[in-house]
Write a new protein. Structure first.
Length: 380
């Protein structure tokens, strides 16, 4: 596997762009688009929150046939808690994009990120779309990655190249997320593209597992959002033999996909609001991967553990208390081992060893700082 440049437009068949439409008061870039030159096999994973933003409702409907051409994203406004008007705006935006590109609205996915509860300034999107689409480019990945940022401080993108059956296959991705990041998705968006030839069934299976081990294994503050989604689009232009089973080709594709997703997930945590420390929580010897992830997430979401990390205070009692809060009867102070890497470093590892089984799980998080409180106290 080789890391290459290009982000989401590194795979063959994808164009992108990002511009400032005026949604953000700062005047920064806030409207992005990804276009597949051919109908792309598409899979998606969405927030588990029962309250879903209007664009997610539309995208979940459009993605059911497993095919898409376009991903339209705005930042600066979540278009959530905006009622029937917000839903109409989300639907209308797919219709307008489709009309300009000469495709079906059902092939357009849409999402938003930003402030909840404020009307989407839809007219700004309408006015900006012609220029956004006109500027589409095979080198526009970074422009798109910048346009989806909210409180993020850094662009988050990656691309890798692998060889499957003698054919070069590329996977590109970008994402955003800084606060309201918790397992089961968060205020994070992830967009992954590939030129692999792969069935919808295998694509969906790969994305689901990769998401569980990456985006669902990070947390900044334990707060689930209403707008989270990750999509994976495959143009098929690598011309490899179609991946239809969990054979060697699928495993090679999946390993690269998981690498890309974990890389993005780590970048999201490292850019967490006010973050000064990056924490890796390892749980070993759990009875199952599910149990291990629950334990690791509980430690990672503990405000006491996170503030101890900020203060460079290796308070193992807080880790033990977090694990104990789950009430797992087979875990006690005699059979649980807690170890730390040096707490005065920017990257810290906390490892919990249990005697319950052979499952090992890793979750990533960051500390809580004064800046986190300031950012979220002023955000709206």
């Amino acid at each position: 596997m080789k890391i290459i440049k290009g982000g989401i437009t590194a795979p063959k068949g994808f164009l992108a762009n990002g511009i400032a439409s005026g949604i953000k008061r700062s005047g920064k870039s806030d409207l992005g688009i990804i276009v597949s030159t051919l109908p792309a096999v598409t899979a998606g994973v969405f927030t588990k929150s029962s309250i879903k933003a209007a664009p997610l409702v539309v995208s979940m409907k459009h993605i059911k046939d497993g095919v898409s051409r376009v991903m339209l994203v705005n930042s600066g406004n979540a278009n959530c808690y905006t009622g029937k008007t917000g839903l109409q705006h989300a639907q209308d935006s797919t219709t307008l994009v489709a009309k300009i590109l000469g495709i079906s609205p059902a092939d357009v996915l849409v999402t938003s990120t930003g402030i909840i509860g404020k009307p989407l300034p839809y007219n700004k999107i309408v006015d900006a779309l012609p220029a956004l689409i006109k500027g589409l480019s095979a080198k526009g990945g970074s422009k798109f990655a910048r346009a989806i940022m909210t409180t993020d401080l850094k662009i988050k993108e990656i691309a890798v190249e692998i060889v499957i059956g003698g054919k070069k296959v590329t996977i590109g991705a970008c994402g955003k997320g800084s606060g309201m990041v918790a397992p089961n998705m968060a205020t994070m968006l992830g967009f992954v593209t590939t030129d692999a030839v792969i069935s919808h069934k295998m694509l969906k299976s790969a994305l689901k597992l990769a998401t569980e081990r990456s985006f669902n294994s990070i947390t900044v503050d334990g707060c689930m959002s209403t707008n989270d989604m990750v999509t994976l689009q495959a143009s098929g232009l690598a011309w490899n033999k179609k991946i239809v089973t969990e054979g060697a080709d699928y495993k090679k594709f999946y390993q690269a996909l998981e690498f890309v997703c974990i890389d993005l997930a780590k970048k999201i945590v490292q850019d967490g609001e006010g973050a000064t420390k990056f924490l890796t929580i390892n749980v070993k010897g759990a009875a199952s991967e599910s149990q291990g992830r629950t334990i690791a997430k509980t430690i990672a979401n503990s405000a006491l553990v996170k503030t101890a990390a900020f203060g460079s205070n290796p308070n193992w009692g807080r880790v033990g208390a977090a694990v104990g809060s789950l009430g797992i009867s087979k875990i006690n102070e005699y059979n649980m081992k807690i170890t730390f890497s040096p707490f005065d470093k920017k990257e810290i590892a906390i490892t919990v060893e249990l005697p319950l089984g052979k499952a090992s799980v890793t979750v990533y998080t960051c500390d809580f700082s004064y800046e986190y409180v300031k950012i979220n106290g002023e955000y709206n």
